[in-house]
Ligand binder design. Structure first.
Ligand code: GUN
Ligand code: ZN
Length: 442
Protein backbone atom coordinates (compact mmCIF):
# COMPACT_ATOMS: atom_id res chain seq x y z
CA UNK A 1 0.00 0.00 0.00
CA UNK A 2 1.18 3.51 -0.82
CA UNK A 3 0.99 5.78 2.21
CA UNK A 4 3.64 8.46 1.56
CA UNK A 5 2.24 11.81 0.51
CA UNK A 6 3.42 13.43 -2.70
CA UNK A 7 5.48 16.47 -1.64
CA UNK A 8 3.25 19.57 -1.57
CA UNK A 9 4.53 23.15 -1.47
CA UNK A 10 2.69 26.45 -1.25
CA UNK A 11 4.87 29.36 -2.37
CA UNK A 12 3.72 32.90 -1.62
CA UNK A 13 5.00 36.05 -3.29
CA UNK A 14 4.65 38.33 -6.28
CA UNK A 15 4.21 35.83 -9.11
CA UNK A 16 5.04 36.68 -12.72
CA UNK A 17 5.16 34.35 -15.72
CA UNK A 18 4.68 34.49 -19.47
CA UNK A 19 2.22 32.73 -21.75
CA UNK A 20 3.68 34.10 -24.98
CA UNK A 21 6.06 36.77 -26.31
CA UNK A 22 4.87 40.21 -25.06
CA UNK A 23 6.41 41.73 -28.21
CA UNK A 24 7.42 45.39 -28.28
CA UNK A 25 4.15 46.68 -26.83
CA UNK A 26 3.65 44.56 -23.70
CA UNK A 27 0.72 42.50 -25.07
CA UNK A 28 -1.58 42.24 -22.04
CA UNK A 29 -2.59 38.60 -22.59
CA UNK A 30 1.05 37.48 -22.89
CA UNK A 31 1.74 37.36 -19.16
CA UNK A 32 0.17 36.91 -15.75
CA UNK A 33 1.18 38.99 -12.76
CA UNK A 34 -0.23 38.26 -9.30
CA UNK A 35 1.12 40.87 -6.84
CA UNK A 36 -0.28 38.90 -3.90
CA UNK A 37 0.13 35.57 -5.63
CA UNK A 38 0.93 31.97 -5.00
CA UNK A 39 2.06 28.72 -6.57
CA UNK A 40 0.90 25.33 -5.40
CA UNK A 41 3.39 22.62 -6.31
CA UNK A 42 2.42 18.99 -6.02
CA UNK A 43 4.96 16.25 -6.67
CA UNK A 44 7.30 18.72 -8.39
CA UNK A 45 4.71 20.04 -10.80
CA UNK A 46 2.68 23.24 -10.86
CA UNK A 47 -0.79 22.35 -9.54
CA UNK A 48 -2.14 25.91 -9.33
CA UNK A 49 -1.03 29.49 -9.92
CA UNK A 50 -2.93 32.71 -9.25
CA UNK A 51 -4.02 35.09 -6.51
CA UNK A 52 -3.05 33.76 -3.12
CA UNK A 53 -6.58 33.18 -1.80
CA UNK A 54 -7.59 31.30 -4.91
CA UNK A 55 -4.54 29.03 -4.85
CA UNK A 56 -4.95 28.31 -1.14
CA UNK A 57 -8.56 27.37 -1.73
CA UNK A 58 -7.51 24.94 -4.46
CA UNK A 59 -5.53 22.79 -2.02
CA UNK A 60 -7.72 19.97 -0.69
CA UNK A 61 -7.98 19.96 3.13
CA UNK A 62 -6.34 16.52 3.34
CA UNK A 63 -3.29 17.86 1.48
CA UNK A 64 -3.12 21.15 3.37
CA UNK A 65 -1.89 19.45 6.52
CA UNK A 66 1.34 18.26 4.93
CA UNK A 67 1.90 21.24 2.61
CA UNK A 68 5.11 23.17 3.22
CA UNK A 69 4.80 26.96 3.14
CA UNK A 70 7.45 29.27 1.66
CA UNK A 71 6.52 32.91 2.22
CA UNK A 72 8.57 35.23 0.01
CA UNK A 73 6.57 38.35 0.88
CA UNK A 74 6.70 40.91 -1.93
CA UNK A 75 9.59 39.28 -3.74
CA UNK A 76 9.23 38.31 -7.38
CA UNK A 77 8.70 34.66 -8.23
CA UNK A 78 9.60 33.88 -11.84
CA UNK A 79 10.10 30.64 -13.75
CA UNK A 80 13.74 29.49 -13.53
CA UNK A 81 16.03 31.25 -15.98
CA UNK A 82 17.12 29.33 -19.07
CA UNK A 83 20.69 29.61 -20.37
CA UNK A 84 20.48 28.39 -23.95
CA UNK A 85 24.24 28.29 -24.68
CA UNK A 86 27.27 28.02 -22.39
CA UNK A 87 30.48 26.05 -21.88
CA UNK A 88 31.07 24.64 -18.39
CA UNK A 89 34.75 23.79 -19.07
CA UNK A 90 35.40 27.48 -19.73
CA UNK A 91 34.44 28.55 -16.21
CA UNK A 92 38.13 28.99 -15.38
CA UNK A 93 39.07 31.15 -18.39
CA UNK A 94 36.23 33.65 -18.15
CA UNK A 95 37.73 37.16 -18.28
CA UNK A 96 40.76 36.43 -20.50
CA UNK A 97 42.14 39.58 -22.11
CA UNK A 98 42.44 40.94 -25.53
CA UNK A 99 41.51 38.42 -28.20
CA UNK A 100 38.78 37.90 -30.74
CA UNK A 101 37.20 34.53 -31.39
CA UNK A 102 39.78 32.47 -33.27
CA UNK A 103 42.81 33.62 -31.23
CA UNK A 104 40.79 33.39 -28.02
CA UNK A 105 40.00 29.74 -28.83
CA UNK A 106 43.64 28.88 -29.53
CA UNK A 107 45.21 30.87 -26.70
CA UNK A 108 42.78 30.27 -23.84
CA UNK A 109 39.97 27.86 -24.63
CA UNK A 110 41.73 24.87 -26.10
CA UNK A 111 44.42 24.72 -23.37
CA UNK A 112 41.72 24.91 -20.69
CA UNK A 113 39.59 22.21 -22.30
CA UNK A 114 42.58 19.85 -22.56
CA UNK A 115 42.54 19.42 -18.78
CA UNK A 116 39.08 17.80 -18.92
CA UNK A 117 40.56 14.46 -19.92
CA UNK A 118 41.00 14.14 -16.15
CA UNK A 119 37.72 13.11 -14.48
CA UNK A 120 38.76 14.88 -11.25
CA UNK A 121 39.03 18.19 -13.12
CA UNK A 122 35.72 17.57 -14.86
CA UNK A 123 33.88 16.60 -11.66
CA UNK A 124 35.12 19.62 -9.74
CA UNK A 125 34.24 22.00 -12.58
CA UNK A 126 30.82 20.43 -13.08
CA UNK A 127 29.97 20.90 -9.42
CA UNK A 128 31.24 24.48 -9.48
CA UNK A 129 29.26 25.24 -12.64
CA UNK A 130 25.97 23.85 -11.32
CA UNK A 131 26.49 25.70 -8.04
CA UNK A 132 26.98 28.96 -9.94
CA UNK A 133 23.96 28.29 -12.18
CA UNK A 134 21.68 27.90 -9.19
CA UNK A 135 23.16 30.91 -7.38
CA UNK A 136 22.37 32.98 -10.46
CA UNK A 137 18.80 31.70 -10.75
CA UNK A 138 19.42 29.52 -13.79
CA UNK A 139 17.61 26.20 -13.61
CA UNK A 140 18.06 24.83 -17.14
CA UNK A 141 20.96 25.16 -19.53
CA UNK A 142 22.22 23.81 -22.82
CA UNK A 143 25.88 23.25 -22.09
CA UNK A 144 28.96 22.37 -24.11
CA UNK A 145 31.21 19.82 -22.44
CA UNK A 146 34.60 19.04 -24.02
CA UNK A 147 35.65 16.41 -26.53
CA UNK A 148 36.18 13.99 -23.61
CA UNK A 149 33.33 11.61 -22.76
CA UNK A 150 34.25 11.89 -19.06
CA UNK A 151 33.44 15.63 -19.20
CA UNK A 152 29.88 14.73 -20.20
CA UNK A 153 29.63 12.06 -17.51
CA UNK A 154 30.72 14.62 -14.91
CA UNK A 155 28.11 17.24 -15.80
CA UNK A 156 25.29 14.78 -16.44
CA UNK A 157 25.91 13.09 -13.08
CA UNK A 158 25.99 16.42 -11.24
CA UNK A 159 22.82 17.68 -12.96
CA UNK A 160 21.06 14.36 -12.36
CA UNK A 161 21.90 14.45 -8.69
CA UNK A 162 20.40 17.96 -8.43
CA UNK A 163 17.44 16.88 -10.59
CA UNK A 164 18.05 19.60 -13.19
CA UNK A 165 16.57 19.67 -16.65
CA UNK A 166 19.78 20.05 -18.60
CA UNK A 167 21.24 19.35 -22.01
CA UNK A 168 24.85 18.61 -22.79
CA UNK A 169 26.97 16.58 -25.15
CA UNK A 170 30.49 15.70 -26.08
CA UNK A 171 32.12 18.29 -28.33
CA UNK A 172 32.89 16.77 -31.73
CA UNK A 173 36.10 18.09 -33.26
CA UNK A 174 38.24 16.14 -35.74
CA UNK A 175 40.39 18.88 -37.27
CA UNK A 176 41.90 22.35 -36.69
CA UNK A 177 42.35 21.83 -32.97
CA UNK A 178 45.25 20.50 -30.85
CA UNK A 179 45.67 16.72 -31.23
CA UNK A 180 44.76 16.18 -27.57
CA UNK A 181 41.34 17.71 -28.26
CA UNK A 182 40.59 15.89 -31.51
CA UNK A 183 38.43 12.83 -31.92
CA UNK A 184 37.75 10.98 -35.17
CA UNK A 185 34.55 10.09 -36.97
CA UNK A 186 34.77 6.56 -35.58
CA UNK A 187 35.61 7.49 -31.98
CA UNK A 188 33.01 10.27 -31.94
CA UNK A 189 30.35 7.85 -33.11
CA UNK A 190 31.29 5.23 -30.53
CA UNK A 191 31.43 7.73 -27.67
CA UNK A 192 28.25 9.60 -28.63
CA UNK A 193 26.23 6.40 -28.95
CA UNK A 194 27.56 5.25 -25.60
CA UNK A 195 26.78 8.61 -23.91
CA UNK A 196 23.31 8.67 -25.44
CA UNK A 197 22.65 5.21 -24.06
CA UNK A 198 23.89 6.24 -20.63
CA UNK A 199 22.28 9.65 -20.24
CA UNK A 200 19.62 10.53 -22.81
CA UNK A 201 16.26 10.50 -21.07
CA UNK A 202 17.70 9.71 -17.63
CA UNK A 203 15.79 11.81 -15.11
CA UNK A 204 15.35 15.20 -16.73
CA UNK A 205 18.50 14.98 -18.86
CA UNK A 206 18.76 14.87 -22.61
CA UNK A 207 21.70 14.42 -24.88
CA UNK A 208 22.70 17.23 -27.22
CA UNK A 209 24.75 16.39 -30.31
CA UNK A 210 27.54 18.99 -30.18
CA UNK A 211 29.77 19.57 -33.21
CA UNK A 212 31.82 22.56 -31.98
CA UNK A 213 31.43 24.53 -35.24
CA UNK A 214 31.91 23.90 -38.93
CA UNK A 215 35.67 24.68 -39.08
CA UNK A 216 36.63 22.01 -36.53
CA UNK A 217 34.72 19.11 -38.07
CA UNK A 218 35.34 17.37 -41.38
CA UNK A 219 32.32 16.99 -43.65
CA UNK A 220 32.28 13.31 -42.66
CA UNK A 221 32.01 14.22 -38.99
CA UNK A 222 29.26 16.78 -39.63
CA UNK A 223 27.38 14.05 -41.51
CA UNK A 224 27.77 11.77 -38.49
CA UNK A 225 26.41 14.53 -36.25
CA UNK A 226 23.38 14.92 -38.51
CA UNK A 227 22.80 11.15 -38.53
CA UNK A 228 23.05 10.98 -34.72
CA UNK A 229 20.53 13.81 -34.37
CA UNK A 230 18.04 11.82 -36.42
CA UNK A 231 18.83 8.52 -34.68
CA UNK A 232 16.70 8.78 -31.53
CA UNK A 233 13.63 10.81 -30.55
CA UNK A 234 14.23 14.03 -28.65
CA UNK A 235 17.94 14.37 -29.29
CA UNK A 236 19.11 17.97 -29.50
CA UNK A 237 21.82 19.74 -31.51
CA UNK A 238 23.97 22.69 -30.52
CA UNK A 239 26.78 24.48 -32.31
CA UNK A 240 28.02 27.94 -33.30
CA UNK A 241 27.05 30.03 -36.32
CA UNK A 242 28.14 33.35 -37.84
CA UNK A 243 29.74 34.78 -34.73
CA UNK A 244 32.82 36.50 -36.13
CA UNK A 245 33.81 37.80 -39.58
CA UNK A 246 37.15 35.95 -39.70
CA UNK A 247 35.34 32.75 -38.72
CA UNK A 248 32.85 33.23 -41.54
CA UNK A 249 35.62 33.80 -44.10
CA UNK A 250 37.29 30.60 -42.87
CA UNK A 251 34.08 28.61 -43.29
CA UNK A 252 33.69 29.97 -46.82
CA UNK A 253 37.23 28.78 -47.66
CA UNK A 254 36.74 25.35 -46.06
CA UNK A 255 33.34 24.65 -47.63
CA UNK A 256 33.49 26.25 -51.10
CA UNK A 257 30.49 24.24 -52.31
CA UNK A 258 28.16 25.59 -49.64
CA UNK A 259 26.33 28.81 -50.44
CA UNK A 260 26.85 30.22 -46.94
CA UNK A 261 27.62 29.21 -43.33
CA UNK A 262 24.14 27.92 -42.47
CA UNK A 263 24.10 25.86 -45.64
CA UNK A 264 27.05 23.84 -44.30
CA UNK A 265 24.89 22.69 -41.40
CA UNK A 266 21.81 22.28 -43.62
CA UNK A 267 23.66 19.95 -46.00
CA UNK A 268 24.62 17.72 -43.09
CA UNK A 269 21.11 17.39 -41.67
CA UNK A 270 21.77 19.65 -38.69
CA UNK A 271 18.83 22.07 -38.91
CA UNK A 272 15.41 21.57 -37.38
CA UNK A 273 13.49 21.36 -34.13
CA UNK A 274 15.71 21.00 -31.03
CA UNK A 275 18.70 22.50 -32.83
CA UNK A 276 20.17 25.74 -31.53
CA UNK A 277 23.12 27.79 -32.72
CA UNK A 278 25.07 30.28 -30.65
CA UNK A 279 25.51 33.89 -31.84
CA UNK A 280 23.95 34.04 -35.36
CA UNK A 281 25.10 37.64 -35.66
CA UNK A 282 26.16 37.99 -39.30
CA UNK A 283 23.47 36.18 -41.31
CA UNK A 284 22.21 36.80 -44.84
CA UNK A 285 18.48 37.17 -45.51
CA UNK A 286 18.57 33.64 -46.96
CA UNK A 287 20.08 32.19 -43.80
CA UNK A 288 17.56 34.03 -41.63
CA UNK A 289 14.71 32.64 -43.72
CA UNK A 290 16.05 29.11 -43.58
CA UNK A 291 16.49 29.21 -39.81
CA UNK A 292 12.89 30.35 -39.41
CA UNK A 293 11.53 27.85 -41.94
CA UNK A 294 13.31 24.89 -40.34
CA UNK A 295 12.59 25.80 -36.72
CA UNK A 296 16.31 26.20 -36.02
CA UNK A 297 16.82 28.39 -32.95
CA UNK A 298 19.36 31.11 -32.16
CA UNK A 299 21.09 31.73 -28.83
CA UNK A 300 21.65 35.45 -28.16
CA UNK A 301 24.90 35.84 -26.20
CA UNK A 302 25.28 39.59 -25.60
CA UNK A 303 28.04 39.65 -22.97
CA UNK A 304 30.15 37.34 -25.11
CA UNK A 305 29.49 39.21 -28.33
CA UNK A 306 30.62 42.48 -26.75
CA UNK A 307 33.57 40.93 -24.89
CA UNK A 308 34.96 39.16 -27.99
CA UNK A 309 34.10 42.10 -30.25
CA UNK A 310 31.96 39.81 -32.40
CA UNK A 311 29.10 42.16 -33.26
CA UNK A 312 25.52 43.09 -32.42
CA UNK A 313 22.81 40.43 -32.77
CA UNK A 314 19.56 41.96 -34.01
CA UNK A 315 17.07 40.26 -31.70
CA UNK A 316 14.00 42.16 -32.90
CA UNK A 317 14.76 41.41 -36.55
CA UNK A 318 15.35 37.73 -35.83
CA UNK A 319 12.03 37.44 -33.99
CA UNK A 320 10.25 39.40 -36.74
CA UNK A 321 11.59 36.84 -39.22
CA UNK A 322 10.12 34.00 -37.16
CA UNK A 323 13.28 32.65 -35.53
CA UNK A 324 13.02 31.23 -32.01
CA UNK A 325 15.54 33.06 -29.86
CA UNK A 326 16.84 32.24 -26.39
CA UNK A 327 19.17 34.17 -24.10
CA UNK A 328 22.59 32.82 -23.23
CA UNK A 329 25.62 33.61 -21.11
CA UNK A 330 28.15 31.82 -23.35
CA UNK A 331 30.45 31.41 -20.36
CA UNK A 332 33.49 31.71 -20.77
CA UNK A 333 33.34 33.91 -23.91
CA UNK A 334 30.60 35.63 -21.96
CA UNK A 335 31.62 37.58 -18.89
CA UNK A 336 28.97 36.54 -16.37
CA UNK A 337 27.07 33.48 -15.23
CA UNK A 338 24.12 35.80 -14.79
CA UNK A 339 21.21 35.96 -17.21
CA UNK A 340 20.23 39.14 -15.36
CA UNK A 341 23.54 40.76 -16.40
CA UNK A 342 22.97 39.29 -19.87
CA UNK A 343 19.62 41.10 -20.13
CA UNK A 344 21.36 44.35 -19.27
CA UNK A 345 23.77 43.85 -22.17
CA UNK A 346 20.98 42.58 -24.44
CA UNK A 347 19.16 45.86 -23.95
CA UNK A 348 22.27 47.87 -24.84
CA UNK A 349 22.82 45.78 -27.99
CA UNK A 350 19.18 46.28 -28.96
CA UNK A 351 19.68 50.05 -28.66
CA UNK A 352 22.37 49.88 -31.37
CA UNK A 353 19.63 48.66 -33.72
CA UNK A 354 17.16 51.28 -32.45
CA UNK A 355 14.79 48.51 -31.36
CA UNK A 356 15.09 48.78 -27.55
CA UNK A 357 14.22 45.44 -25.94
CA UNK A 358 11.28 46.14 -23.58
CA UNK A 359 11.54 44.64 -20.09
CA UNK A 360 8.55 42.31 -20.34
CA UNK A 361 9.90 40.87 -23.57
CA UNK A 362 13.33 40.65 -21.94
CA UNK A 363 12.12 38.51 -19.04
CA UNK A 364 10.08 36.39 -21.45
CA UNK A 365 13.34 35.84 -23.37
CA UNK A 366 15.12 34.69 -20.20
CA UNK A 367 12.32 32.24 -19.28
CA UNK A 368 9.66 30.93 -21.68
CA UNK A 369 11.55 32.25 -24.74
CA UNK A 370 14.57 30.15 -23.78
CA UNK A 371 12.42 27.11 -23.05
CA UNK A 372 10.82 27.45 -26.48
CA UNK A 373 14.17 27.92 -28.23
CA UNK A 374 15.29 24.63 -26.64
CA UNK A 375 11.94 22.97 -27.41
CA UNK A 376 11.52 22.24 -23.71
CA UNK A 377 8.43 24.41 -23.21
CA UNK A 378 6.28 21.31 -22.78
CA UNK A 379 8.11 20.83 -19.48
CA UNK A 380 9.42 24.20 -18.29
CA UNK A 381 9.33 27.95 -19.00
CA UNK A 382 6.21 29.09 -17.17
CA UNK A 383 3.78 28.17 -14.42
CA UNK A 384 1.09 26.53 -16.52
CA UNK A 385 -0.39 23.65 -14.48
CA UNK A 386 1.54 20.45 -15.15
CA UNK A 387 4.85 22.19 -15.83
CA UNK A 388 7.86 21.28 -13.75
CA UNK A 389 8.12 23.69 -10.84
CA UNK A 390 11.55 25.27 -11.32
CA UNK A 391 11.54 28.89 -10.20
CA UNK A 392 13.66 31.76 -8.97
CA UNK A 393 12.86 34.24 -6.21
CA UNK A 394 14.19 37.72 -7.00
CA UNK A 395 14.48 40.66 -4.64
CA UNK A 396 14.18 43.86 -6.69
CA UNK A 397 15.42 45.90 -3.70
CA UNK A 398 18.48 43.77 -2.96
CA UNK A 399 21.11 46.47 -3.44
CA UNK A 400 21.30 50.10 -2.26
CA UNK A 401 21.23 51.25 -5.89
CA UNK A 402 18.05 49.29 -6.61
CA UNK A 403 16.39 50.31 -3.36
CA UNK A 404 17.13 53.99 -4.02
CA UNK A 405 16.05 53.76 -7.65
CA UNK A 406 12.73 52.13 -6.71
CA UNK A 407 12.11 54.26 -3.60
CA UNK A 408 9.46 56.42 -5.24
CA UNK A 409 7.48 53.54 -6.63
CA UNK A 410 7.56 51.79 -9.97
CA UNK A 411 5.14 49.75 -12.01
CA UNK A 412 5.94 46.18 -13.04
CA UNK A 413 7.80 47.07 -16.25
CA UNK A 414 9.86 49.75 -14.50
CA UNK A 415 10.72 47.38 -11.67
CA UNK A 416 11.79 44.65 -14.11
CA UNK A 417 13.88 47.10 -16.07
CA UNK A 418 15.66 48.41 -12.98
CA UNK A 419 16.22 44.82 -11.86
CA UNK A 420 17.85 43.77 -15.15
CA UNK A 421 19.90 46.96 -15.46
CA UNK A 422 21.17 47.23 -11.88
CA UNK A 423 20.66 43.69 -10.61
CA UNK A 424 22.78 40.56 -10.48
CA UNK A 425 23.04 37.43 -8.32
CA UNK A 426 22.66 39.55 -5.18
CA UNK A 427 18.99 39.76 -6.21
CA UNK A 428 18.62 35.97 -6.29
CA UNK A 429 17.07 35.19 -2.93
CA UNK A 430 16.36 31.52 -3.68
CA UNK A 431 16.21 29.00 -6.50
CA UNK A 432 13.81 26.05 -6.42
CA UNK A 433 14.01 22.84 -8.44
CA UNK A 434 10.81 20.78 -8.75
CA UNK A 435 9.39 22.84 -5.89
CA UNK A 436 12.26 22.15 -3.48
CA UNK A 437 14.66 24.88 -2.46
CA UNK A 438 18.00 24.14 -4.16
CA UNK A 439 19.75 27.41 -3.35
CA UNK A 440 19.20 30.03 -0.72
CA UNK A 441 21.16 33.26 -0.58
CA UNK A 442 23.27 33.19 2.59
N1 GUN B 1 33.06 29.00 -31.69
C1 GUN B 1 33.59 27.76 -31.61
N2 GUN B 1 33.88 27.43 -30.35
C2 GUN B 1 33.52 28.46 -29.58
C3 GUN B 1 33.55 28.71 -28.18
O1 GUN B 1 34.00 27.90 -27.36
N3 GUN B 1 33.08 29.92 -27.78
C4 GUN B 1 32.60 30.83 -28.64
N4 GUN B 1 32.13 31.99 -28.17
N5 GUN B 1 32.55 30.63 -29.95
C5 GUN B 1 33.01 29.45 -30.43
ZN1 ZN C 1 29.75 29.04 -27.37
Amino acid sequence: MHTAHAPSHLILGQVLHFLSDPGEHDAPDSYQHFPDGALWVLDGQIAAVGPRAQVEAAIPPATRAHTRHHDYGQQLILPGLVDTHCHYPQSGIIASFGRQLLDWLNDYTFPAETAFADPAVANRSARYFVDRMLAHGTTTASVFSTVHAVSVDALMAEADQRRLRLLTGKVMMDRHAPPALCDTVASAERECVDLIERWHGKGRLRYCVTPRFAPTSTPAQLALAGALYQSRPDLHVQSHLAENLDEIAWVRALFPDSQDYLDVYARHGLLGPRSIYGHCIHLSPREIRQMADTGTAAAFCPTSNLFLGSGFFNHAAAVDAGIQVGLATDVGGGTSFSLIRSLDEAYKVSQVHRRPLPPLRAWYLATLGGARALYLDGHIGNFAPGKEADFVVLDPHATPELAFRLENGADLAQTLFALQTLGDERCVRATHILGECAYQRP
